[in-house]
Design a protein around this ligand. Structure first.
Ligand code: PMP
Length: 450
């Protein structure tokens, strides 16, 4: 009997045991092959068993794997910080605070934002404005900022009562408008919320450039982030970009916000930053935010034992170098355009397909029970779970997500294969998914579409 707590009770099933991975494929201990169609949790961006990364990890392990951050820095950590600084913004310097997970990165961002105002004598700016739906992590601070009902509901009494605004979700616009005649009402809502709560109580506004786990990939309309950035500046509120899922090439640009030419004051990274080779994440803090901290208490009031350990820094550095040396961000754009086109061609007509959307290799598929009125199944993700399970049986791994304006009961999946996927592998992925969705439709007693 397996006793690891990886088993998801709601699915009441045991997962296969992995044996090894190569390229975009994973193999279980019975020899069955799976396409890693979601790079795990949108993480293993380079696929599995990449020689160059493994070599760098071995080299680092031969030197030193661990030092404590208040006793030593290390060459890979310094080089990684320098590289991230160059990548994130050509005009301003960013400092890296290394942590071990996306939740720690967003929670550190939250604390840094609050500390930034405290260092200037302002102790009232303590709240973080976020969006519903959203997901910023599982720890209590990160969860307080998250608009994700399932992950919050058991712990609501422990969470900070942070305010939120609606997500820029054009498929289900909260204002019942259409872009561009909507004049970006969702962005203007940010201003209305700030006025209601009082700018002197808000330390920062946090957003995933493209909403992932909580919304099945929600791409905002053009102009949204430019407007939101301008509002944050006008009301003295820091703009925190949660690039944990979108960062490091996933959307066909190095950072998600680059699609709109907008810069954040603080950036959270994780997942693809070390592409799954070791746990590694970071909070990038702009010079503007660092200045009063350096002039004040001169340290960020946070940290973890494994922060900036040389082993993880070496893997993340090797990942960034591999992406650059192989022009993988361009590859993501090309592969993403092709995958999105093929998914739309093959799946759009099926009865339960509501919407197929995304940027680069971060693609969401939303399922509906009635596509004419965009009716969700409202079954607590049961259709998503069936699709994910059936896909796994047929050798395709995809990431379950939720959808729907309120994040309750809507069904969606994320398709986010490794950057190195080949055209024929994309065809294989699309054809398995097509079979899976058709089968599930039949199981649900629906036969429509082609
Ligand atoms: N932010 C975003 C945007 C995420 O997608 C996730 C993970 N799904 C997190 C934060 C939390 O990251 P982790 O699971 O590594 O703590």
């Amino acid at each position: 009997m397996k006793r690891s707590l990886l088993i998801k009770p709601t699915m009441n099933e045991q997962y296969p045991t992995v044996s090894y991975g190569k390229g975009i494929y994973l193999y279980d201990n019975k020899g069955k092959r799976y396409i890693d169609g979601s790079s795990g949790a949108v993480t293993a961006s380079l696929g599995h068993g990449v020689y160059e990364i493994i070599k760098s990890m071995q080299n680092q392990a031969n030197k030193v794997s661990f030092v404590y951050r208040s006793q030593f820095t290390s060459e890979p950590a310094e080089r990684l910080a320098e590289k991230l600084n160059k990548l994130v913004d050509a005009d301003e310097d960013y400092w890296s605070f290394f942590v071990n997970s996306g939740s720690e990165a967003t929670e550190t961002a939250m604390k840094v934002a609050i500390q930034y105002w405290q260092e200037q004598g302002n102790f009232k700016k303590q709240r973080i404005l976020s969006r519903w739906v959203s997901y910023h992590g599982i720890t209590l601070g990160a969860l307080s900022m998250s608009g994700h009902i399932n992950r919050r509901e058991r712990f609501v009494s422990l969470l900070e009562d942070y305010p939120s605004v609606t997500a820029p979700y054009c498929y289900r616009c909260s204002f019942d408008k259409t872009y561009p005649t909507c004049q970006l009402m969702c962005a203007h809502e940010v201003e209305a919320a700030i006025k209601r709560i009082g700018a002197d109580h808000i330390a920062g506004f946090i957003a995933e450039p493209i909403i992932g786990a909580a919304g099945g990939v929600i791409v905002p309309p053009d102009g949204y982030y430019q407007k939101v950035r301008e509002i944050c500046d006008r009301y003295n509120i820091l703009f925190i970009a949660d690039e944990v899922m979108t960062g490091i090439g996933r959307t066909g640009k190095m950072f998600g916000l680059d699609h709109w030419g907008v810069k954040a004051d603080i950036v959270a990274l994780g997942k693809g930053m070390s592409a799954g080779f070791t746990p590694m994440a970071a909070t990038l803090v702009s010079e503007k935010v660092m200045k009063p901290i350096l002039e004040g208490s001169n340290s960020i009031m946070s940290g973890h034992t494994y922060s900036a350990n040389p082993q993880s820094a070496a893997s993340a550095l090797a990942v960034l170098e591999y992406i650059e040396n192989n022009n993988l961000v361009d590859k993501v754009k090309e592969n993403g355009t092709y995958l999105l086109k093929r998914l739309k061609e093959e799946l759009s007509n099926l009865e339960i397909i509501g919407d197929i959307r995304g940027k680069g290799l971060m693609i969401g598929v939303e399922f509906v029970s009635d596509k004419n009125i965009k009716q969700s199944f409202h079954n607590n993700g049961a259709v998503t779970n069936k699709i994910v399970k059936k896909a796994r049986e047929k050798g395709l791994l995809i990431y379950p997500s939720s959808a729907g304006q309120d994040g309750v009961g809507g069904d969606a999946i994320i398709i986010s294969p490794p950057f190195i996927i080949l055209k024929e592998e994309i065809e294989e992925l699309v054809s398995i998914l097509m079979e899976v969705v058709s089968d599930i439709q039949k199981e649900l007693g629906l036969t429509g579409g082609t």
